[in-house]
Design a protein around this ligand. Structure first.
Ligand code: SF4
Ligand code: FES
Length: 235
């Protein structure tokens, strides 16, 4: 069954059941996204994708709101642009976006002022380096939840990580703050693959950035494998 609605003044006819984001993309309208990822369940956490829907009091997240018959949607109204700009400014004030290239482009596009909230408290946590495959730098985490989802029902069914803490203290963590090797993590790397900000990064890339040479990293890995074999042979 199809429905007809208006998006940015354009009449479109689409299959029922599509989100506003689907409808926009199918019709060549660009809506920015941050927490949304094709491979994970959308949870509408970042709100960068909002649109103005006639008759609705608040802006609607396009990644989860279903298109409805006769809806009138604006994706570039003044209210929408102001909301996106503010979201980007709040992100820039509280976390490290230095490796989030897509978000940096959005900041330019929306004219975000990185100095707008000078008194904001920044998330600054030490890099967690507790396993051979990847590092976790939660100073760069915007809590998009993609990593938690791929680790859980969206892909891996491993459930090694989840949200922890409340309010401003919320962050991604392991149960009882255990190190990664002590959790159910199988080092599949899917969380690293979906992270949009560089908060999760392959260990090799991290070590190269720290100035280590490929040879030094190989020696490090060989030593680690040998230690593992010795441990196994003692069992
Ligand atoms: S670590 Fe990366 S993928 Fe996980 S919530 Fe933070 S930004 Fe998102
Ligand atoms: S992309 Fe829709 S809320 Fe984040």
């Amino acid at each position: 069954m199809t429905i007809t609605l208006m998006i940015d003044g354009q009449e479109v006819t689409v299959e029922q059941g599509k989100t506003l984001l689907d409808v926009a993309r199918e019709n060549g309208i660009n809506i920015p996204t941050i927490c949304f990822h094709e491979a994970t369940t959308a949870n509408a956490l970042c709100r960068i994708c909002v649109g103005e829907v006639e008759g609705m009091r608040v802006l609607q997240p396009a990644c989860i709101v279903e298109a409805a018959k006769d809806m009138k949607v604006q994706t570039k109204s003044e209210k929408v642009l102001r909301a996106r700009k503010t979201i980007l400014e709040m992100l820039a004030s509280t976390m490290d976006l230095s490796e989030a290239a897509d978000i940096q482009s959005m900041m330019q596009e929306y004219g975000a002022d990185v100095t707008r909230f000078p008194d904001a408290e920044r998330r600054e946590t030490p890099v967690k380096d507790d396993n051979p495959m990847y590092i976790r730098d939660y100073s760069k985490c915007l809590l998009c939840w993609r990593c938690v989802q791929v680790c859980a029902d969206d892909a891996q069914y491993t459930y090694a990580i989840n949200f922890e803490g409340r309010g401003y203290e919320t962050q991604i963590g392991t149960f009882f703050d255990k190190s990664i090797p002590e959790t159910t993590c199988v080092l599949c790397g899917q969380c690293v693959g979906v992270c949009p900000t560089g908060a999760l990064k392959p260990k090799r890339e991290f070590l190269l950035e720290q100035g280590m040479s490929p040879q030094e990293i190989s020696v490090l890995n060989t030593g680690r494998k040998k230690r593992k074999n010795v441990k196994r042979s003692n069992v």
